[in-house]
Design a protein around this ligand. Sequence first.
Ligand SMILES: CC(C)(COP(=O)(O)OP(=O)(O)OC[C@H]1O[C@@H](n2cnc3c(N)ncnc32)[C@H](O)[C@@H]1OP(=O)(O)O)[C@@H](O)C(=O)NCCC(=O)NCCS
Length: 155
Amino acid sequence: MEHSLEFLGCTIRNLSEDDFRKGFNELMTVLDTEAQLDEEGFIEYCSNIRKMPDEYMHIVAEETLSGRIVASASVMIERKYLRTGGKVGHLEDLIVNPSFRKQGLGKKILDILITRAREKGCYKVIISAVHDSSEYFEKNGFKKKGLNMKILLTQ
Ligand SMILES: CC(C)(COP(=O)(O)OP(=O)(O)OC[C@H]1O[C@@H](n2cnc3c(N)ncnc32)[C@H](O)[C@@H]1OP(=O)(O)O)[C@@H](O)C(=O)NCCC(=O)NCCS
């Protein structure tokens, strides 16, 4: 996103290198307690994202008073062969700090990323890792389609 915006005492903006020291990893432990980056890896991740503004968008919400990161999500844009080269947005890892839930922050972040995907020319946005939150996404306009499968390449 080009500009930040204020919502619920938070600034919603693009992920930045400083966020490692603002509790980004602590927030992400809700989704995955193990496989996280150290600070060097995090800085490289931010730098890579910045080089691909048309393919990748990762936004966070920073609580203005505390300077802590309280929400995060990303969208990666894929160009397909089918659909005459249509674009698909892959939504990943929407997470809101438990103290900030049920106040519309998740929906706000979702809306920003969906709008962004639309502006980039995507014809759909999909999310695969819904954990037990499929009902939440259904409430926000997503429809169930197909079945996710995976093969782990780390064993
Ligand atoms: C799912 C999540 C992002 C929602 O964030 P949020 O800021 O609380 O969401 P919103 O304020 O936009 O929406 C709140 C509403 O969604 C509902 N909701 C939240 N999680 C839900 C779930 N898993 N299933 C069904 N409904 C859910 C709330 O009950 C609330 O309903 P209400 O408006 O009728 O009171 C947050 O609960 C979260 O971080 N969960 C853990 C991580 C996760 O599962 N992420 C999604 C998959 S990657």
